[in-house]
Ligand binder design. Structure first.
Ligand code: NAD
Length: 483
């Protein structure tokens, strides 16, 4: 089945892995294998790094306008094939095609365009000294960098990394998740059409512990930008530290959505609160999986919330009517089902869902789970401490502001919080007290690509987005001239 075999992109050419070994790629909605992905080894990574090293001086010295032009051309090519990308992303990940069409692929295009524009507008600092000297900062690309991304927002997060890395003049060895490799492979093909010089963008497909590890270990890779689980992030940090590599780690979360009695609970806001728990089957690192509700409105809120969750339609991701699709893999499906069983063992009351679903027709064997809402578990339980990363939300009552802050901050993670209140002073106060990299007030997943993006505690190290990403991918040098 040569047509279903994805290729690596190394040195500007589509290539099979050196060992000619392949991984099965499943369609989560059906459980059927529909493609094969290179199971690359350290030899493939080394070939990519060598090509990237060769391309680095030319790419770094190319005027930023020219780099931006190529990145914009790639964005145009992706946009022109938006439908194809959306269908492929949906097939590969199980997410509704409507979501891929509305969110994933347009955002990938925006990521490319945003950093193409940002690099042209980027300036550097200068500091004059009264004693008769002036300092300025030269920001140089690092050389060859590694970008490793997860399966939940495949092309969205892949481009979020490679766009700033390329724009700031680095050459790249990138690896998407081996669970969802398809759209990155197609992007690689389009990068040839866009006219990127060979070796500037290399995409090496394969498993984390082999291909990913080889990227992180390679001595010529100067920095690693990683998004994925906290456990993998810790392993990458341990590998990179003795080589003094720069790392940017965007990791897991256990995010609170906090609803105060004074919140404007319009239908639109309630829909956003529901979406914040269940969008993309809850497989978004920013999803609010702990829903904290002030006790005085707990019962009435719960009733309205559950009615809305009940109305969510789970089904074939290809159907426009499906709000939720399938979970990404059999393994992840088993993990989430295990978390639901653990919640039961801990004494949680399943208010809705809590079981697998088997849609009729072509999706009968797919990995679907009903949206699940659990009540009655204290914040200290494993269910409320561990990232589940599925369509599972727990409800937790709180008394007042101090209680809400204590519960919200009472996890090892610190990625994102959302807060629903009409009290302006409270919003500002809590914005400062919540120990999270992002605090959304009366909204969720509203993203401005210029803002710092990342988490505290076990949610990661460093920030992506805007100038933060460009700083990460460059080395500043202070030049001091006496006059
Ligand atoms: P994962 O850690 O299993 O894998 C992520 C990537 O790392 C994959 O490409 C994988 O092949 C690779 N990898 C695995 N082991 C490696 C190793 N030893 N060395 C190098 N690379 C390795 O994560 P996942 O299951 O794909 O993604 C889900 C996780 O990602 C969740 O925890 C979620 O919260 C997190 N996430 C975080 C953000 C964020 O911005 N903070 C965004 C999306 C997802």
């Amino acid at each position: 089945m040569p047509s279903t075999r994805l290729a690596n992109l190394i040195d500007g050419r589509l290539q099979a892995p050196v060992d000619n070994r392949w991984l099965d790629i499943h369609e989560p909605a059906t459980g059927v294998v529909f493609a094969h992905c290179p199971d690359s080894t350290a030899a493939d990574v080394d070939a990519a790094v060598k090509s990237a090293q060769k391309a680095a001086p030319g790419w770094a010295s190319m005027p930023s306008e020219e780099r931006a032009r190529l990145i914009n051309r790639l964005a145009d090519l992706v946009e022109a094939r938006l439908e194809e990308f959306a269908a492929l992303e949906s097939r590969d990940s199980g997410k509704p095609v409507a979501l891929a069409r509305r969110l994933d692929i347009p955002r990938a295009v925006s990521n490319l365009r945003f950093f193409a524009a940002a690099i042209i507008a980027w300036d550097s600092e200068s500091h004059a000294m009264e004693s008769g000297a002036i300092n300025y900062t030269l920001r140089r690309p690092l050389g060859v960098v590694g970008c490793i991304s997860p399966w939940n927002l495949p092309l969205y997060l892949f481009t979020w990394k490679i766009a700033p890395a390329l724009a700031s003049g680095n050459t790249v060895v990138a690896k998407p998740s081996e669970i969802t490799p398809c759209t990155a492979a197609l992007l690689g093909e389009l990068s040839i059409e866009a006219g990127f010089p060979p070796g500037v963008l290399n995409i090496v497909q394969g498993r984390g512990p082999t291909t990913g590890q080889a990227i992180v270990e390679h001595p010529a890779i100067k920095a690693v930008s990683f998004t994925g689980s906290t456990r993998t992030g810790a392993s990458i940090a341990a590998t990179a530290a003795p080589q003094f590599k720069k790392v940017s780690l965007e990791l897991g979360g256990k995010n609170p959505a906090i609803v105060f009695a004074d919140a404007d609970l319009s239908d639109q806001n309630l829909d956003t609160i529901v979406r914040s728990g269940f969008a993309n089957q809850g497989e978004i690192c920013l999803c609010g999986s702990r829903l904290l509700v002030q006790r005085s409105i707990y019962d009435s809120f719960r009733e309205r919330y559950l009615a809305r969750v009940k109305a969510l339609r789970v089904g074939d991701p290809e159907e426009a009517s499906s709000d939720l699709g399938a979970l990404v893999s059999r393994e992840h499906f088993d993990k989430v089902m295990g978390c639901i069983a653990q919640a039961r063992d801990e004494g949680g009351q399943i208010l809705i869902g809590g079981h697998a679903l088997s849609p009729t027709g072509r999706c009968a064997e797919g990995w679907f789970i009903a949206p699940t809402v659990i009540d009655g578990l204290p914040n200290e339980t494993a269910t409320n401490q561990q990232e589940i990363f599925g369509p599972v939300v727990t409800l937790i009552p709180f008394e007042d502001e101090a209680d809400a802050v204590a519960i919200a901050n009472g996890t090892g993670y610190g990625l994102a919080a959302s807060l629903w209140t009409t009290d302006l002073s409270r919003a500002h106060r809590m914005g400062a007290q919540l120990d999270f990299g992002i605090v959304w007030i009366n909204c969720w997943l509203l993203r401005d690509l210029r803002t710092p993006f990342g988490g505290t505690k076990q949610s990661g190290v460093g920030r992506e987005g805007g100038a933060e990403a460009l700083r990460f991918f460059t080395e500043p040098r202070n030049i001091c001239i006496r006059y």
